[in-house]
Design a protein around this ligand. Structure first.
Ligand SMILES: O=C(O)CCC(=O)C(=O)O
Length: 267
């Protein structure tokens, strides 16, 4: 490593903690799901902030189950599920697995350098198409929306007590929007500002099947997940207790280019 190397590339990668996906939650027979999960919900589009759009009940039950089944394959090693570790040494409470590009705080690479070093699994075409449909659902039909081509997914599994601190998605040079799909237990998704992680906050409850897109002037908004509502997932989804988020990004990265580093600690 030459003396011109950036200081962060000289650091020894922080080891993530590989994990095994727990079995799906089994609801006791005769036990009813909570009303939040059982009640039919309308698909509704709400603009929360400029460029930040929530679409409730965007994914139907079948689509949700199919994504969870895919996640069970993505979670397997090589380059499987792990608790990422911050440069401070602190392990994040969420577990995550990546597709297309591997993310660890605060770098993207093509290999899982914080665990087994294996090549990251490819970004599935059907997931990229879903991301494109998500941007169209949020922003409407336009050439820009139809051109959305996410090349990275960060898939986060939240155990009931897991949280994601306020952070910016800043390691992608691209200004294309970020797409977040929510599955499993409901959560509070918190947003602050593009230049502050302090209040006032916009808190939105995201439930299983909801879609959130943030882009435009709020592409770099500080955001995080402050709370889960246990036992609110729909029955038969195939997840362990907790929540799964699938976050799609168009990185704008090219192989061999200098990495972009943005330190906005999510824990
Ligand atoms: O879990 C979520 O909905 C958000 C995930 C997120 O902010 C991230 O992966 O950067």
């Amino acid at each position: 490593m030459g003396s011109t190397s950036r200081p962060w590339t000289a650091r020894k990668p922080q080891a993530g903690i590989p994990t095994t996906l727990p079995p799906a939650r089994a609801r006791a027979s005769g036990q009813l799901g909570l009303a939040i999960a059982a009640a039919p919900r309308r698909t509704e589009r709400r603009v929360l902030l400029p460029g930040v759009v929530l679409v409730t009940a965007w994914l139907d039950d079948e689509a949700q189950r199919a994504l969870v089944a895919e996640f069970r394959r993505w979670a397997l090693p090589p380059a499987g599920l792990r608790h990422p570790r911050m440069p401070t040494g602190h392990a994040m409470s969420v577990q995550s697995v990546c597709l297309g590009w591997h993310w660890r705080p605060y770098l993207y690479s093509r290999t899982a350098d914080d665990t087994d070093g294996a090549p990251v699994k490819p970004m599935p075409d059907d997931l990229a198409s879903l991301g494109r449909a998500a941007v169209v659902a949020a922003y409407g039909e336009s050439d820009t929306a139809r051109a959305y081509a996410p090349d990275a997914a960060i898939v986060n599994l939240y155990a009931p007590e897991a949280r994601l601190g306020l952070h910016q998605d800043g390691e992608e040079p691209s200004e294309a929007p970020v797409v977040t799909l929510s599955l499993g237990d409901a959560c509070v998704f918190r947003m602050a500002g593009v230049d502050r992680r302090s209040g006032p906050f916009v808190d939105v409850e995201m439930r299983s099947g909801d879609l959130l897109v943030f882009g435009g002037p709020n592409r770099r908004i500080f955001h995080g997940v402050t709370k889960l509502f246990p036992d609110t997932a729909p029955d038969g989804l195939g997840l362990p207790p907790g929540r799964l988020s699938i976050t799609l990004r168009e990185t704008g990265l090219t192989d061999g280019a200098d990495p972009v580093r943005a330190e906005s600690s999510p824990e």
